[in-house]
Design a protein around this ligand. Structure first.
Ligand code: SF4
Ligand code: SF4
Length: 499
């Protein structure tokens, strides 16, 4: 078998109904159809419409109505006549492609008759919600469309602080050298992670050691089931095929587990209602969703599952809660292979604590009990941007399970995630399978490239080496406290002019 380097095949996958744009380009009726804006715009916003040629001889100047296909004669420099202009017939200007506009105003400045103007798109802020803000939705759509890393071109203009993920700064001590070496393959940085149980040490005393019960994934990203009410077989089919293509896994509702897959990239998930319908054969991987079961019953169910499926990698899904840290140590000791910590869709515990601090607490508790390295931790909920992935890994996650981000990548941009539930505004529109699979592949490819950038900037060659490495991150909250201790609040009569 020949060596194959891990690679995600990305290619442009535009989705017509998934375009968010800030600016609307207006062309006034008195446009003379000269085409100067077409030449001026570097992003092909202005084009002619070959279906609407003007009618020679009508003598009407201007853009006219496309429906009536009225004429449009323009002054045009001609090499054949001494006169600087000759009147020629050209296709009319088409409606501007607003989604391409970067608001540079070049065409507005160049238009000889002042027919162009730019206006804010009133629909722009209606995408996403207060957590999945429009800029985040826009970034995911770009990543899913192109598979590339979004670059603003003018540097980051936001604050270098904030709550939750925005309050975490990562170690960039190696950034002095080209950080894109990892992306461009000039150096190899591994993003492979293991899901499942790994032995604590090798047994070298002649005893036979059981094979590790774990699965290697190409990226530290798996696909979570979309939060209710979304439970769509077409969506599941897209996620399974994308998971297969990028070498990862998709958690699927257990009763719809596609047992026909030869090597299923699926983790069938069963809860207290569907538990009895779980397969008797070894499914390879299995998630037991304990989120709606009393914690007192968890251990009994886990033991039953271990007896029923001794060869299966068993993941337990529990709500993200720092109070459960010691219970999770017990589960790890009882043989669970992986723990799925489920935050709310807005990335908090039920009490509103941000997931990063809770994941850190749970990771540290498992480390203190000497069991952390034997199991895997999956974190889901509120993972809305590429930078959330390395930040959660630094806090102690082995991998993340993304859900709403996949929905956005598939063009579902009008929703809300308030009060712990996903509410769609309008019907669920799933794109054709081939297009949907490519967009999910693009999203994962882009997030992986951004992970490679961070690993390169840290000088790390393997993502597993940063798991729980909190020394490689700084919390704005802590730094702020240190700063204020050194420089207490100035007195009320302090004049900054004189120090
Ligand atoms: S403002 Fe700039 S990007 Fe937008 S249409 Fe005009 S030239 Fe193109
Ligand atoms: S530059 Fe102005 S007048 Fe010329 S085609 Fe464009 S909008 Fe019309």
């Amino acid at each position: 078998m020949s060596y194959k380097r891990y690679h995600i095949e990305t290619k442009t996958a535009p989705l017509e109904n998934a375009q968010i744009f800030k600016t609307i380009v207006n062309r006034a009726d008195f446009c003379i159809n000269c085409g100067i804006c077409q030449t001026a715009c570097p992003y092909d916003v202005h084009e002619r419409n070959p279906d609407y040629r003007s009618i020679k001889g009508s003598g009407v100047r201007g853009q006219g109505s496309e429906k009536e296909n009225t004429s449009s004669f323009v002054p045009h420099p001609s090499p054949l006549t001494p006169h600087p202009f000759s009147w020629i017939d050209l296709p009319q200007m088409a409606s501007p492609k607003n989604a391409n506009c970067t608001t540079c105003f070049h065409c507005v400045n160049e238009c000889p008759v002042g027919a162009l103007s730019l206006a804010a798109n009133p629909d722009y802020k209606t995408h996403g919600d207060d957590y999945y803000q429009t800029q985040k939705v826009e970034a995911i759509l770009f990543e899913a469309k192109t598979g590339r890393v979004p670059v603003s071109g003018a540097g980051y203009r936001g604050p270098f602080a904030g709550k939750g993920f925005d309050g975490i700064w990562t170690d960039m001590s190696e950034i002095v050298r080209p950080t894109r070496d990892g992306i461009h393959g000039r150096e190899w940085i591994s993003t492979a992670v293991y899901l499942g149980r790994r032995p604590k040490r090798l047994a070298l005393n002649g005893k036979t050691q059981a094979a590790p019960r774990c699965r290697e994934l190409g990226v530290p990203i798996i696909f979570n089931q979309a939060p209710p009410p979304v439970n769509d077989p077409e969506l599941t089919a897209i996620l399974l095929e994308a998971a297969q293509a990028v070498g990862t896994l998709a958690i699927v509702e257990g009763t719809s587990w596609p047992a026909g897959w030869a090597s299923p990239p699926a983790i069938p998930s069963f809860n207290e209602k569907t538990w009895l319908r779980a397969p008797e054969t070894n499914p390879g991987l299995l998630e037991l969703d304990f989120c709606d079961i009393y914690p007192e019953d968890w251990l009994g169910l886990l033991k039953e599952a271990k007896t029923r499926w001794p060869q299966t990698i068993i993941i337990i899904k529990v709500p993200l809660d720092p109070k459960l840290a010691y219970s999770l140590v017990r589960f790890a000791e009882e043989g669970v292979d992986a723990i799925h910590l489920a935050a709310t869709p807005q990335g908090t515990t039920k009490e509103g604590e941000h997931l990063t601090s809770t994941v850190k607490t749970i990771d540290e508790t498992l480390v203190d009990h000497g069991i952390r390295d034997e199991i895997s931790i999956i974190v889901s909920g509120g993972i809305a941007a590429a930078d959330h992935l390395p930040k959660l890994i630094l806090c102690g996650a082995d991998m993340v399970a993304i859900d709403v981000a996949c929905l956005i990548a598939l063009g579902i941009t009008k929703f809300s995630t308030e009060r712990g539930a996903l509410k769609l505004q309008g019907p669920l529109m799933i794109p054709p399978k081939t297009l949907g699979v490519q967009r999910i592949k693009n999203l994962v490819g882009s997030w992986r490239d951004q992970l490679l950038e961070i690993l390169g900037a840290m000088g790390m060659r393997d993502v597993v080496r940063i798991t729980g490495d909190t020394g490689r991150m700084m919390l704005h909250e802590d730094l702020d406290k240190e700063f204020r201790a050194l420089f207490p609040k100035p007195p009320n009569n302090w004049d900054p002019t004189y120090g």
